[in-house]
Design a protein around this ligand. Sequence first.
Ligand SMILES: *Cc1c(COP(=O)(O)O)cnc(C)c1O
Length: 239
Amino acid sequence: MSGDLVENLRRVEVRIARACAEAGRDPRSVRLLPVSKTHPVEAMLRVSDQGYHLFGENRVQEMQAKSDRLRELGRTDIGFSVIGHLQVNKARVVARLASEFQALDSARLAHELDRRCLAEGRRLDVLVQVNTSGEASKSGVAPEEAPALASELRHCEALRVRGLMTVALNASDPAPVAACFDRLVDVQRRLRDADIPGLSWDDLSMGMTGDLELAISRGATCVRVGRAIFGERPLQGAE
Ligand SMILES: *Cc1c(COP(=O)(O)O)cnc(C)c1O
């Protein structure tokens, strides 16, 4: 069903290495987050054998099922990064099971995640998702709203704010896609200038199967790759 995962993974690693070489960047400055949504735990295990221990998921229920299964297998070394929009009433599951959350898009959600993490005695790495394409279908705060959300995050003790995430426009013309990535870098610059104590904006999660080279050329430090590793998804999991 999903081809040779190890070979797919190698090919993605080569794409990342080449993009870094072309951009004059250290390949260690870009982390690969395998996005396992819709794919079974068995596929995750094969990828984890290659040294990957954090997996991107966009649905809380699916993460919970996979987490239960992994626990049964004694695989507590495997963690989750939630990359999809989260309803406030599901914050508890993320606080309990995820080690990273890349789709923070409201102060209300931040405070709820913080409260739940404190109750669980856990800390959570978070990235603020920015809607850089302006499409109504995409989650994330508008670029101009990011500073206000950032300033709320000062009060969230259990959240470790690491940076920003975006999903660029899905287009074959690279120019408008690059413009999305550049917008995220621009937001990063503004947030760094605001210099809010305790918050870091170093992580830029941008780039997926179709646009990871472009994202790396624009400064991505994390690329989230699903299809190129695990194969095509059934339609409902596309986003
Ligand atoms: C599904 C998904 C990805 C991975 O996309 P691919 O095109 O399969 O690489 C990356 N980021 C987010 C937010 C996603 O939902």
